[in-house]
Design a protein around this ligand. Structure first.
Ligand code: HEC
Length: 165
């Protein structure tokens, strides 16, 4: 029966196609770990998840990287945060994150992972959402109006060792 191998192969092909289709459909439903953020923040959240999430945990982006510090804890260590000072905190967090992104840190975090506007967008996202845990996480500031200035004064000279290099 020369038909038999073809029938077997045909069945195999159909099963493969079904598996691939299934995988794509599931991807299309979105990552359940990804948290809902304001529509204006989705692009920055995706930038973070792609470029930073492998190394950093940030609840609002649904990432759990452990190579670098947990940014929810690093930036907002002492909960509860006083809501009246959140605006101030934002500026400080923003600059700290942007400097890490553009300059790197201690040779452990690579510099320039993102640049220009993308670096500023991600920094604003992290500054607004750090420490915002749980399903009802809300940004501490409106990122569409919050300042996102470029880094002033360039990168500090990095201390490369105990003797200063
Ligand atoms: C390859 C892994 C890696 C990637 C990718 C990475 N980081 Fe880091 N990051 C680190 C490590 C490691 C540290 C801690 C360095 C140290 O303290 O010596 C760090 C530190 C930081 C800090 C703390 C800076 C401070 O002042 O203490 C921030 C903020 C930060 N990263 C943000 C980001 C953002 C935003 C991105 C994406 C654009 C990113 N990181 C991508 C590894 C990474």
């Amino acid at each position: 029966m020369s038909q038999r191998p073809f029938a077997t192969f045909g069945l195999f092909a159909v099963v493969c196609a079904a598996v691939v289709l299934f995988a794509f459909t599931r991807d299309g439903e979105g990552d359940p770990a990804t948290q809902a953020v304001a529509a204006q923040d989705e692009a920055a959240r995706d930038l973070f998840a792609t470029n930073c999430g492998t190394c950093h945990t940030l609840s609002a982006a649904g990432t759990d990287g452990v190579v670098g510090p947990n940014l929810d804890e690093l930036l907002v260590p002492s909960a509860p945060v006083d809501p009246t000072t959140l605006g101030d905190s934002y500026d400080g967090y923003y600059t700290r994150v942007l400097q890490a992104v553009e300059c790197g840190l201690n040779g452990r975090m690579p510099k320039g992972i993102l640049q220009g506007e993308q670096a500023q967008d991600v920094s604003s996202f992290v500054a607004a959402y750090a420490g915002q845990l749980g399903d009802d996480a809300a940004p501490s500031v409106d990122t569409s109006t919050a300042p996102q200035p470029p880094l002033e004064g360039g990168c500090p000279t990095q201390n490369t060792g105990p003797s200063g290099g």
